[in-house]
Design a protein around this ligand. Structure first.
Ligand code: FES
Ligand code: FE2
Length: 378
């Protein structure tokens, strides 16, 4: 049961919250997480307008490889077409509007599971049985609506907006920041979808701060990093980031491979935690990466694409499969801890007596995210 004071308007509350200086910052108001109306505003002003990540381009290698996604209520498919291009299009049949593909896989062409209309990979209608007697029906020109899709540093990004500026324009500084990692060439080894019982922003904010690592993750990665070795610079308008330094002896794949000559000095043991607004969270280490792409399913549920893999330096290393299995097992345990923490926060902020508390200097990205959110919603 969600407690809400109907006299409070989430947008007005958020504006008051972000007007505070960082030195006096508080967590965002509860209504921003729990209100249905605010969630609708997010779908309209953020998820229908911004670039959202659906996965990694290297996972769609062959013609017909596809993944499906639901973006702000719109079912979409992203596939590698016959010419080798990534293509995103509506995943809804042009007949009586059934969805077409489900999950992920490979399709030579697209067949509707309802009456069997078929489509080529480029979305053009290929066949429709028993339509010859309808004189108004003309197959030519029938094509699934296209959706904007860009590949950026290996990420497949889609948007329902015709006006969103190209990603490279907004995210040039990310490229400058982590350019030596060569993220575009990292290879995905797993991609899963999960749903957790929390608001998408609770999970996003959990990712943005590493303040919780020593305690929430005491049983797993808590000991790998120290609060005094975390840097949280002010954010960029389109993303925020912080970094932590890791010790080589504890997790060999978290530091640069001996054959990697591009990364120098502390960068060889630096883990970047990047949040690309609105909802792509990337943990980038010299040896491996993992990511979360978040989408709200109402205020109290978040759909998560969780994926990861390794840098090309480790591709030929005979120990790579072992390292990777070790990292995947570790990430699964870390996720269980984050799930617990973020679901407990959601429960707490739905309660009548809870109040947003003050932020640490290690929660600078959270403060900046609130500013970004207020601007988009406002
Ligand atoms: S709804 Fe797709 S073939 Fe009828
Ligand atoms: Fe965490």
């Amino acid at each position: 049961m969600t407690y809400q004071n109907p006299s409070l308007d989430p947008v007005a509350e958020l504006k008051a919250n972000v007007a505070r200086p960082f030195e006096d910052a508080k967590a965002m108001p509860k209504s921003v997480y729990t209100s249905e109306a605010f969630c609708d505003l997010e779908l309209e002003n953020i998820f229908r307008k911004e670039w959202v990540c659906v996965g990694r381009a290297d996972a769609l290698k062959s013609a017909g490889d596809y993944i499906t996604y639901e973006l702000a209520g719109q079912p979409i498919m992203v596939l590698r077409d016959a010419e080798g291009f990534l293509r995103a299009q509506s995943n809804v049949c042009l007949h009586r509007m059934s969805t077409l593909l489900h999950g992920d896989g490979n399709a030579r062409n697209i067949t509707c599971p309802y009456h069997g209309w078929t489509y080529n990979l480029d979305g053009t209608l290929r066949g429709a049985a028993a339509m010859g007697k309808n004189e108004g029906f003309c197959k030519a020109g029938m094509k699934l609506p296209e959706i904007r899709c860009e590949e950026w540093l290996g990420w497949i990004m889609v948007t329902l907006s015709a006006d969103a500026p190209p990603l490279a324009e907004q995210l040039g500084e990310v490229e400058a920041l982590v350019g030596d990692f060569g993220m575009a060439d990292y290879r995905q080894s797993f991609r899963e979808t999960h749903v957790w019982d929390t608001n998408w922003k609770v999970l996003a904010e959990n990712f943005m701060e590493s303040y919780h690592l020593p305690v929430c993750h005491a049983a797993t990665i808590g000991g790998l990093s120290k609060l005094e070795e975390m840097e949280c610079p002010p954010s960029h308008p389109a993303f925020n980031y912080h970094w932590i330094l890791k010790d080589a002896d504890k997790l060999p794949i978290a530091v640069a491979h001996p054959q990697n000559t591009k990364l120098k000095g502390d960068l060889r043991r630096t883990t970047f935690l990047l949040t690309i607004y609105p909802s792509l969270m990337i943990t980038l280490t010299p040896g491996y990466f993992w990511y979360l792409s978040l989408h709200p399913e109402g205020p109290g549920k978040v759909r998560i694409v969780f994926g990861g893999g390794f840098s090309p330096d480790f591709a030929d290393d005979p120990k790579a499969p072992d390292y990777l299995a070790q990292v995947k097992a570790l990430l699964d345990s870390v996720n269980v801890e984050d799930k617990g923490c973020t679901e407990r926060v959601y429960k707490g902020l739905c309660s009548g007596l809870s109040q947003p508390g003050p932020l640490s200097h290690l929660e600078r990205p959270n403060y900046d995210f609130a500013q970004w959110l207020a601007e988009k919603i406002g």
